[in-house]
Design a protein. Structure first.
Length: 352
């Protein structure tokens, strides 16, 4: 637990993963509502957190990893196991971490975000497409898409949840951003800039008292600070685009459980084994097969597996029903999965 990792560390008054000694350890901002409205905040808040934790673990080195939101949406199962993956109909980080503890997902280049529910099939996890010249115009025309059978994947090892200001700060400082549940409303969504606290100090404040059944949103929490006027705040990233809030981010009042955000938060430690192996140049990639172990080749293919054309996937078969908008919140329990894990970046001076 982060409390144990930081037991002898005095936390700074201000800490923000966007600026650690002049370096940013956060990845690009995402928007859950394009190309179409989708209740996938549970995926976006969690993926923001995992993307950034991967960057922290790798000390900002190449490559910058963005996990496939669509692959996660397609394959993380309904916790009741009674229906299809919930996708745009909502879920929570625990469902994602439980899935990634046993399965890996590729990065965004394998399966871009579409904002619709799709079956959990190989072509909806990692795909590539091909075209052919039009016989009249000689311009390239789309032909078909097919699944890529081999790719670098990302999972999680340790994962758990926490609550409370001190526990949140210590986890963020020790291992990276976390994802928390929020009770939001139309005022927050549509009139954020009109909030009195935002206009006065740049910190969102509300005197509203929310109940647990009003929790409907999840966002990444990546730091904290205090304004010149003495207001404590959290550094929060939303998933509604950079044109919302402060370039997609916001500061929210800290220590008062604003919008219930300090009640239920989640963390996980990413598994980077595949990308580390690929960066050793022991793994190379083909257009149709994806990543393959480097070794003797015959006629442009690997000796161990001659190429066989994959089954095609035609766009005409890709019409799917759009998911119902909204973000239902699933209760996942308060369990912690633990394994022995080392966190060497605590001793590297990175967090000074």
């Amino acid at each position: 637990m982060a409390q144990e990792l930081t037991a002898d560390i005095s936390l700074p008054a201000v800490f923000d993963w966007r600026n650690v000694n002049g370096r940013s350890f956060v990845t690009t901002d995402l928007n859950q509502h394009i190309p179409i409205y989708c209740g996938s905040c549970w995926i976006h808040g969690t993926v923001h957190t995992l993307n950034d934790r991967i960057k922290v673990m790798r000390d900002g080195r190449y490559p910058e990893v963005l996990l496939s939101r669509q692959a996660i949406m397609n394959c993380v199962p309904d916790p009741s196991k009674q229906g299809p993956p919930p996708g745009c109909n909502g879920g929570d980080p625990w469902m994602i971490f439980t899935y990634l503890h046993e399965h890996k997902v590729p990065d965004e280049s394998c399966m871009p975000y579409a904002g619709v529910n799709m079956p959990c099939e190989p072509v909806n996890v990692c795909r590539n497409c091909i075209g052919k010249p039009d016989p009249v115009t000689n311009l390239m025309q789309p032909d078909h898409c097919f699944n890529i059978p081999h790719w670098a994947g990302y999972g999680v090892g340790d994962y758990g949840n926490l609550s409370g200001e001190d526990a949140m700060m210590r986890e963020i400082y020790a291992r990276g951003p976390i994802v928390c549940k929020f009770a939001t409303d139309d005022i927050f969504m549509y009139n954020y800039s009109q909030n009195e606290g935002v206009q006065e100090e740049g910190v969102y404040k509300t005197n509203k008292v929310y109940t647990e059944d009003q929790v409907d949103h999840m966002m990444e929490v990546a730091g904290w600070g205090t304004t010149d006027a003495g207001t404590k705040y959290w550094v929060v990233r939303n998933s509604w685009g950079t044109y919302w809030g402060d370039m997609g981010w916001l500061k929210m009042q800290r220590g008062v459980n604003e919008m219930l955000m300090e009640s239920d938060c989640y963390w996980a430690v990413p598994d980077l084994g595949d990308v580390d192996e690929q960066l050793k140049s022991n793994v190379l990639g083909d257009y149709r097969l994806g990543t393959r172990n480097a070794g003797p080749r015959i006629g442009g293919t690997f000796e161990s597996e001659q190429f066989a054309p994959p089954a095609t996937w035609h766009w005409s078969a890709a019409i799917v029903a759009l998911a119902a908008a909204g973000a239902a919140s699933f209760t996942a329990g308060l369990f912690i999965a633990r394994r022995e894990t080392q966190y060497p970046w605590l001793q590297r001076g990175l967090l000074g």
